[in-house]
Design a protein around this ligand. Structure first.
Ligand SMILES: Nc1ncnc2c1ncn2[C@@H]1O[C@H](COP(=O)(O)OP(=O)(O)OP(=O)(O)O)[C@@H](O)[C@H]1O
Ligand SMILES: [Mg+2]
Length: 1018
């Protein structure tokens, strides 16, 4: 390793082009090299080592790995970086086998010669590394760094001489393709848990992913009816002597091989001869691999057949087809690796040989004596070597009048040169439809009810790619999200947080790496910006001009990474595949990703000046990911304000973000302001949504400390209100009112008119609950005097539109004073202002109030439908307080309409909803409960009604809720009468006295009516 590089220099030169990558790392060394070196002349030794190194390096290069460094007595190699290979684990293993073979040969030579005993040990591991340049200036080198590297080195140390050991991580990727002997688990230094280790034993049976799938047991073949029909039509034409070629095109894993397999099986069942061949990912350097494969299967050559038998098979079949081929037999023998020792081959140039071979293959396929239809399947043309490719092209040009069907498949990045050939048609394969995904999932995972609802997210994540679906299910099972066995799983943990399976990641990373560097970089930037990105924002974030962007986007769209969701007025692109986005995102270093996040935020700010409010949460998210915490806090606060009382749950969450972010900022005025206001705001939402009391207490204490320090009266006033004078405080009305007075006094001292109005509007609710109509009137008068006719006065501080709320309070007072018509008019005005102001919260309260008034005035049906509608609208707010109020109003309207069972349901739901969130019944508890008494009485459940009425009266009395107590007493009297209990008169008297004292004329009227009934029946 390089020494003398200072840390500073390293940091300086760690350029942004480093990436996180999934790779396989291989270490190989000479075992016991030090002992060997001792007895050896250094010059000789150097020669031996050099030879040894070149054997290792050649094996690495052959499988397109990178020699990362020479370690003194060996090498470190990386497969899958700088350019990703989806089969990086296989490649490393193949290279290891090659090394073991070649080193063994060389060792034998050395044993014979200098008499040296010499062998190699290899260690292999797969996983994530950070790969990129490290070092100083022009000395910097590309290297891979990470735990994955260390573990590979440990494998090498563990390996016995002449063996290659691989970890479970490599085994997972290479299983089937390679034979691996399980050696059990080992404790490895530096690894937190034991690692399962395998010895690499040789090449496995599996040639392709489809073989692997076959070994595991194919999943049920779904969909693909149209494609099968098209292939069958081509087959019918070929059988008629109208030779055809069909090219199936699709991205990795979409099912090209599976479709070919199903079609081949179909052909065989129909009695056709089918021959299959396949280009190999690591085979571009071995010429004619697929052609050889095809010919070997055509001549039925087995692996173990002796050479002579092979020659007989070839000659037999070839001559049967066309006696003219006799002259070509030596060439064919040689090509298939069984040269005839008796007949030597004339020397040919490579080009002449290629041409002769091509003629030969075409001659065999198009032999005049051939009467049977031939189906040739060649897979994975994207990996084909140039020799085979040109042979295919020639073949295609000659099959028009033969009984040949050629089926090929390839990925979209490949474009065959014969696209326009008349015999050729391409068959693009789309991903699975939703219903097919569902069917496949049911086959893979089963039908347990816990899996319901999984179709959609899995289809969304995999976009109907069957390979991704299979891998995802396998991985979910391995990671314990699914329990049971294949085809019969149960979901035991939600899947939303699950990452991309390594197998899928390998495929996607390899695709991304095939892009041009510009396109790849832009894709990475896009992955940071979002699932959907505007072209302009993308350009700005990436720091590119639009014309530069356009060319690169064309490449990304052309290669199927992005698609255009919208062209006008703005060009918006989206990721075709969510998993691609995750992989593109995951490959970037944290530091450069952060910078891109911040740039994305700034681009949004610049490009969308009219949508800052709407985008604030998104901008804040990017700012935070970009480590610009101050900006993140500011934008979160803005987003929280914007969500406001329309989306209280979002607002609360955003204020929590502001508190958390402010915590991380440097101490200054802005930080204090954010820290304080975010806490006050959270408290403001706590009475609407509920909050753990300990949490609320902590927030209040922290806010108090900050406010005291700054002596900020405004905040102290708000804090007083939020802690002691807001709805939901568990106090007696008198204490509540006292706190409300203190808050008002503080606001008056602070002097801000808006604040004075805002705090009065909320504070007056205490007096209202206490039933003190005069006091309410006084505060309302103050509000209207301060506000004048400005309906915006005091807005958005505690409630959105205090003006409309004050009007509503006034209408309630008027109603209690039994001035119903005036009350209704004011209530209508309150509702109108709340609605036009855009304050859905106050609008909900006002509409509920209006509904009750309608019912009170005898318009029961209209009141009921208004209350129903109000409840439905309020539901959308997601605010517990308002929801409970709306349900209570609905319950009242329902009882008045005689729908007592429905009323009880509404009231119980209101009670449960409120209590669950707030851990208490709140100030409306006795009112809700009193309405329920009426509903119970309506159903004849008199005993229950009586018990309930006793309880509600006690609660209202205990908490001094004199707005409710007269009604509760009235209900108690009714319940006593219904159950023929004593004390009817007594409670009616108490209620009358209260109503007289407080001026509750409307309730008084009801009490008098009840007294009339009571007297008449006694
Ligand atoms: N229609 C289908 N129904 C059920 N399973 C399918 C279907 N198509 C493909 N599969 C399964 O999905 C996996 C991937 O399919 P396949 O190997 O055919 O993809 P491919 O397009 O050939 O990918 P590559 O380009 O990587 O070769 C296989 O396990 C296969 O059995
Ligand atoms: Mg395939």
């Amino acid at each position: 390793m390089r020494t003398g590089v200072t840390l500073v220099a390293v940091i300086e030169t760690t350029r942004d082009d480093a990436e996180r990558k999934q790779v396989t790392v291989l270490f190989a060394d000479v075992s016991g090299s030090m002992d060997l070196a001792e007895g050896q002349d250094p010059e000789e030794w150097r020669k031996i080592m050099q030879r040894f190194f070149s054997i290792l390096a050649e094996a690495v290069t052959k499988f397109e790995g990178t020699v990362d460094k020479f370690t003194g007595d060996g090498i470190m190699a990386v497969f899958g970086a700088p350019v990703a290979h989806e089969d990086h684990a296989q490649r490393a293993c193949y290279a290891a086998l090659q090394m073991l073979d070649d080193v063994a040969d060389y060792a034998a030579e050395l044993r014979r010669g200098p008499g040296l005993n010499f062998s190699t040990r290899i260690g292999i591991n797969s996983g994530e590394v950070v790969a990129g340049a490290i070092g100083r200036g022009s000395d910097s080198e590309y290297t891979a760094i990470g735990h994955t590297v260390g573990l590979a080195q440990r494998m090498e140390a563990l390996a016995e001489p002449g063996k290659a050991f691989v970890t479970e991580h490599t085994a997972e990727l290479a299983a089937g393709f390679l034979d691996l002997d399980d050696l059990g688990e080992f404790e490895i230094k530096g690894a937190s848990r034991p690692v399962r280790v395998f010895e690499l034993a040789g090449v496995g049976q599996v040639r392709s992913r489809l073989d692997l799938a076959r070994n595991r047991g194919f999943s049920r073949f779904v969909g693909r009816r149209d494609e099968m029909a098209e292939l069958q039509r081509a087959l019918a034409r070929a059988a008629d002597g109208d030779g055809r070629a069909v090219g199936i095109v699709a991205e990795p894993g979409v099912g090209k091989s599976r479709l070919c397999h199903e079609f081949s099986e179909h052909c065989r069942r129909e009695g056709y001869e089918v021959f299959e061949a396949q280009a190999q990912a690591h085979g571009t350097s071995s010429p004619y691999l697929p052609v050889l494969q095809m010919l070997r299967s055509f001549f039925a050559i087995g692996d173990a057949d002796p050479d002579q038998q092979v020659r007989e098979k070839i000659a037999g079949r070839a001559l049967l087809l066309d006696p003219e081929l006799v002259g070509e037999l030596p060439l064919l023998f040689e090509f298939l690796g069984v040269p005839d020792p008796d007949r030597s081959l004339p020397q040919l140039s490579a080009e002449a040989r290629r041409r002769a071979l091509t003629d030969l293959v075409c001659g065999i396929v198009n032999a005049p004596k051939r009467s049977r239809t031939l189906v040739l399947v060649v897979e994975d043309l994207h990996w084909i070597d140039p020799g085979s490719e040109s042979m295919m092209a020639t073949l295609l040009a000659t099959i028009a009048t033969t009984r040949t069907l050629l089926v090929v498949n390839y990925r979209p990045e490949y474009e065959p040169e014969w696209l326009d050939a008349p015999v050729y048609s391409s068959l693009p394969l789309a991903p699975l439809e939703r219903t097919d995904t569902g069917e496949l999932l049911r086959h893979l995972a089963g039908t347990d009810p816990s899996l319901d609802g999984l179709d959609e997210p899995i289809h969304e994540r995999t976009q109907g790619n069957p390979f991704f679906i299979e891998e995802l299910v396998r991985e979910l099972a391995e990671c314990g999200h699914l329990e049971g066995e294949r085809g019969a799983y149960r979901l035991i943990r939600p899947i939303d947080d699950h990452g991309v399976p390594v197998t899928v990641q390998a495929v996607l990373a390899a695709r991304i790496d095939r892009l041009t560097p510009e396109a790849k970089q832009l894709l990475q930037v896009a992955s940071v910006v979002g699932k959907e990105v505007g072209a302009e924002a993308l350009g700005l974030t990436a720091g590119l001009e639009q014309d530069q962007i356009d060319a690169v986007l064309r490449e990304l769209v052309g290669a199927g990474f992005l698609y255009e969701v919208e062209l006008y007025p703005r060009r918006i692109l989206a990721f075709r595949h969510p998993l691609t986005r995750e992989v593109a995102y995951g490959t970037q270093l944290a530091a450069s990703r952060a910078a891109t996040h911040a740039a994305a935020a700034r681009a949004m700010i610049e490009l969308e000046p009219d949508r800052h409010d709407e985008l604030a949460a998104l901008i804040a998210g990017h700012m935070e990911a970009g480590e610009e915490l101050r900006e993140a806090a500011r934008w979160s606060a803005r987003a929280a304000f914007w969500a406001g009382h329309r989306r209280p749950a979002d607002a609360l969450r955003l204020w929590q973000d502001v508190t958390r972010l402010a915590e991380q900022l440097e101490e200054d005025e802005e930080r204090s302001a954010l820290a304080l206001s975010s806490r006050l705001q959270q408290l403001d939402f706590s009475w609407r949504l509920g909050m753990d009391p300990a949490e609320a207490d902590a927030l209040a204490a922290e806010a108090k400390e900050i406010a005291d320090r700054s002596g900020d009266l405004r905040s102290l006033a708000l804090l007083k209100l939020m802690t002691s004078a807001r709805p939901g405080v568990s106090r007696r009305a008198s204490e509540w009112i006292a706190a409300s007075r203190e808050a008002i006094a503080l606001a008056d001292e602070a002097g801000d008119v808006d604040l004075r109005i805002a705090i009065r509007a909320v504070g007056v609710y205490a007096q209202m609950c206490a039933g003190d109509l005069d006091a309410v009137d006084t505060v309302l008068d103050e509000i209207f005097e301060l506000a004048g006719d400005d309906i915006e006065a005091g807005a958005n501080i505690v409630i959105t539109c205090p003006y409309s709320w004050a009007l509503m309070a006034r209408s309630i007072v008027l109603k209690e004073r039994d001035r119903l018509e005036e009350a209704d008019a004011v209530a209508g005005k309150a509702l109108h202002i709340a609605a036009t102001f855009g304050d859905p919260e106050t609008e909900s309260w006002a509409r509920g109030n209006r509904a009750t008034m309608m019912a009170e005035r005898g318009m029961i049906e209209a009141g009921l439908s208004q209350a129903q509608r109000n409840y439905e609208l309020t539901e959308r707010l997601g605010d517990v307080f308002s929801r409970a109020v709306a349900l209570t109003g609905l319950g009242l309207a329902q009882t008045m309409a005689g729908e007592h069972t429905a009323a009880i349901e509404s009231l119980d739901l209101a009670e449960a909803t409120y209590r669950e969130a707030m851990n208490a019944g709140g100030e409306q508890e006795a009112w809700r409960g009193t309405i329920k008494v009426w509903a119970l009485l309506g159903l004849g459940r008199d005993e229950e009604a009586l018990a309930q009425a006793e309880r509600m009266t006690a609660i209202a009395r205990e908490r001094e809720m004199y707005w409710q107590l007269p009604s509760a007493l009235l209900a108690l009297a009714q319940a006593r009468r219904a159950t023929c209990s004593d004390g009817v008169e007594e409670v009616l008297d108490e209620a009358t006295q209260l109503c007289n004292r407080l001026g509750h004329l409307q309730t008084l009227r009801k009490i008098e009516a009840e007294r009339g009934v009571a007297t008449a029946t006694s």
